[in-house]
Design a protein around this ligand. Sequence first.
Ligand code: PAF
Length: 289
Amino acid sequence: MILFRTIAEMREHIALARGHRLTIGLVPTMGALHEGHGALMRRAREETGYVVVTIFVNPTQFNRPDDFEKYPRDLATDLAFCERLGVDAVFSPDAKEMYPAGLHQETPVASVEVAGVSSRLEGEFRPGHFRGVATVVAKLFNIVPADRAYFGEKDAQQLAVIQKMVTDLNFPVTIVPVPTVREPDGLAMSSRNQRLTPDQRRIAPALYKALCEAAKSIRGGDDTASATRAGLRALAAMPEIRVEYLEVVDPATFQPIAQDDQNIGDVRIVAAVWLGDVRLIDNLPVSIR
Ligand code: PAF
């Protein structure tokens, strides 16, 4: 496994892999790797000939400076993780390499805005977040021209934003969604889980349980408003949890499903909560046939 720190070296190496007619699989990450990332890497390893993992804590997607500062970073452990999973190359640039002109208001960098799907929920509670994500992912696609790129369904709205960006801007890459990996108690794996205190960690699976309650309600034939209430009721039982949103949405547009819509097929129940100063998101797909 080779570690690249510069765009020029990474590009040169990818050109060599392409010369050997290898298909390229890309797994973009911000490090603090866990089994959720492991699932992305395993899938990339199965499906492509040359696997590149990027590790870059992207400053432009954090709307709160404290969240950016507290984001866990441990490159040595992450590299060992990638090596174990048979990754071929890791691209881990610093911020200067990715944003050489800096990130000052006076010299704004060009950015990618994915209209519509970015506007609600995560987009509303984290202003500018999806512009930062879409921009850095577009840059990574240009630096590592991959055939397939792997993203976790845990960040379902991010996945929808990236899918729309790729479709609308004709990026020649196939986006591969990979199901959420959960702890035995249901908590979705996330780098932010590391920041939970033992008490908060004990309470955190309530988020998944609330999504399950809402899903059960929908499967039982309830409308989306009743399902939402069932999810919120489950969360209200935990006074330590502050809810930002819990909604039933269209999985491609992230628009709410109209309560009287009789033709809904696949929906996603999405939620964001705070436990102390840690923000957790999770979601569940539900098929109504
Ligand atoms: O999901 C993440 O880890 C990040 O948002 C991503 C896609 C690597 C962009 O920085």
